[in-house]
Design a protein around this ligand. Structure first.
Ligand code: NAD
Length: 317
């Protein structure tokens, strides 16, 4: 397949249909693709349709593609059936290396020749996942963010045995499907965004573990603080502005010595059952009785509002 054919893809297979696979299915359906999903869980089809239904109002609000319909979703009985006519495959099974190695080999064996297979993995390098595939050249990572039907970013990167055409094809396909693609030249565990998220996450766990801050304080420190700047600027340009007229140069000269201050630990703390309970209880308290579907609906509305606000500022430049 050449890259031009990335724009001719009409049929996507979603293998694994949980939070992420279901979110991908909703995204592709809203963009007018036919989607065939497969998931071995007995209640997977029902859960998937519930997830797609819950996402549909937000997708409708954003604007559906011509011919987009939830009727374009088929849930297959077998993996082979799901990929038989696929022109692109997105794997979103649990984050377990042995499972992914085995599943990707099976997907590779069942998928028509030349069709690119992409994995949603949060952090495994494709080099480690493609080891048992007969045609590893067509396997790439296409790492989305939750919910994949709203968050534009997909990080695309190949492994040592991936071929460049497959990486280029996946990047092109995701762009055409309405995503913002970062095509990475080198594999790094966790890719880009998860390494950054993980640094914050580990520090948050340390602070809860040591009784230095509560879940509520940690979340407010971001949502009422730096989180408001990140949609537009990202962490680097944010600090560029922290340097005033002197920009990043002044910022580094001024705050450079802080890099030696004990402001971060980075190494994760031991996930004891006590720490786990504190996180879980803290989140329940922070949710204030709102159910997960209520939180999801709120989040979706907020993400759309933020994206619209950011686009307005960008377009007015
Ligand atoms: N949840 C997130 O925020 C997030 C974000 C980006 C990427 N990811 C990645 O997406 C992938 C899926 O994560 P999730 O959060 O959707 O998990 P999930 O538990 O919600 O869904 C996993 C689904 O895979 C199914 N499954 C189990 N064994 C399978 C098999 N052998 N073949 C196919 N399907 C199988 C399960 O029945 C389940 O429905 C993981 O690799 C994860 O790291 C997750």
């Amino acid at each position: 397949m050449d890259n031009e054919s990335a724009s001719r893809v009409r049929h996507v297979a979603c293998i694994g249909a949980g939070v992420i696979g279901g979110g991908w299915a909703a995204h592709f359906l809203a963009r007018g693709y036919r989607v065939t999903a497969w998931d071995p869980a007995p209640d997977a089809a029902e859960k998937l349709r519930r997830l797609v239904d819950a996402a549909w109002p937000a997708l409708t609000e954003l604007g559906l593609a011509k011919h987009a319909s939830r009727d374009n979703l088929t849930v297959a009985d077998t993996l082979g059936e799901a990929v038989a006519e696929a022109e692109f495959v997105q794997e979103s099974a649990p984050e377990d290396l042995a499972l992914k190695q085995d599943l990707l080999a099976k997907i590779d064996a069942a998928t028509p020749a030349g069709v690119v297979i992409s994995s949603s993995t949060s952090g495994y390098p494709m080099t480690d996942m493609q080891t048992r595939c007969a045609n590893p050249g067509r396997l790439v990572v296409g790492h989305p963010f939750n919910p994949p039907y709203l968050i534009p970013l997909v990080e695309v990167v190949g492994g040592e045995s991936s071929e460049q055409w497959a990486v280029d094809f996946a990047a092109e396909f995701f762009e055409v499907a309405g995503k913002h693609v970062i095509k990475m030249d080198s594999e790094v565990p966790g890719f880009i965004a998860n390494r950054l998220q993980e640094a914050i996450w580990r520090e948050a766990l340390h602070m809860v573990d040591n009784g230095e801050a509560t879940v509520e304080q940690i979340d407010a420190s971001i949502t009422e603080g730096p989180g408001l700047r990140w949609p537009l600027l990202g962490p680097c340009l944010t600090f560029h502005l922290a340097g005033g007229e002197g920009g990043m140069a002044h910022m580094l000269d001024h705050f450079g010595p802080s890099l030696k201050s004990p402001w971060t630990r980075l190494e994760a703390p031991e996930l004891t059952s006590e720490l786990r309970d504190r996180m879980v209880d803290g989140c329940e308290e922070a949710a204030g009785g709102r159910s997960i579907p209520e939180l999801v609906a709120d989040r979706d509305k907020a993400v759309i509002a933020v994206m619209r606000a950011v686009n307005e500022v960008r377009e007015a430049r």
